[in-house]
Ligand binder design. Structure first.
Ligand code: SAM
Length: 186
């Protein structure tokens, strides 16, 4: 690992969740979004790159869960993993769960929500997590963002990633990569 990354052995454990329900639509109403294949691969690859995991995909629908199972089966047990053992390793971090609460049953995570426009609550810089004991669960939304009113109360919201252009919202994949890079660099 190069010297720009935390070398200390006690790098806090960071897990990541991508929530598809409960999220809000452009009218601020409760909705559910579909899981996209690119999110499955990119979240797994980016988390593997920054030594983060597990990667929780939150969706209550059985059809969506079986789609993720099919994708993972192909790479974990099928021809994909034979051809590309690296991807098999990466996708082994995927955990398909019904609700965010299911992830909290895995570990005593400190819970951090993210948004381009967080509600005016406690906000922490992502770098703060380096000095806090983990494990941490960083939660990303889809659609128009997390419906925090229907999610467990977080330890806080992470300060949004500020741009310099007119657009404030990143793709969720870009937001993941930027947060993890900032957290892992010294
Ligand atoms: N506009 C909504 C929002 O920011 O919550 C959704 C935007 S995007 C499609 C979905 C997710 O990407 C967000 O829920 C958040 O997790 C992440 N995201 C996007 N832009 C971000 C930013 N500038 N800062 C922090 N997180 C961001």
């Amino acid at each position: 690992m190069s010297s720009v990354f935390n070398l200390s052995a006690d790098v806090p454990d960071i897990a990541v969740a991508l929530v598809h329900h409960p999220v809000v639509n452009r009218l601020g109403e409760l909705t559910t979004t579909a899981i996209t294949t690119i999110d499955v691969h990119d979240f797994a690859r980016t988390c593997a790159f920054y030594d983060a995991g597990p990667v929780y995909l939150v969706h209550p629908a059985a059809g969506m869960q079986s789609m993720v199972q099919d994708i993972c089966d192909y790479w974990l047990h099928g021809a994909g993993g034979v051809r590309n053992p690296g991807r098999r390793e990466v996708l082994s971090a995927i955990r398909m769960i019904d609700t965010l609460e299911d992830a909290l049953a895995d570990a005593d995570y400190r819970l951090w929500y993210t948004s381009a426009a967080p509600p005016g609550e406690v906000m922490n810089a992502i770098e703060d997590l380096r000095d806090m004991p983990g494990p941490h669960l960083i939660v990303f939304g889809t659609g128009w963002g997390l419906d925090a009113s229907r999610l467990p109360p977080p330890n806080g919201w992470l300060r949004p990633i500020e741009g310099i252009g007119k657009v404030r919202h990143l793709s969720v994949r870009a937001a993941l990569a930027i947060y993890l890079d900032r957290c892992r660099r010294q």
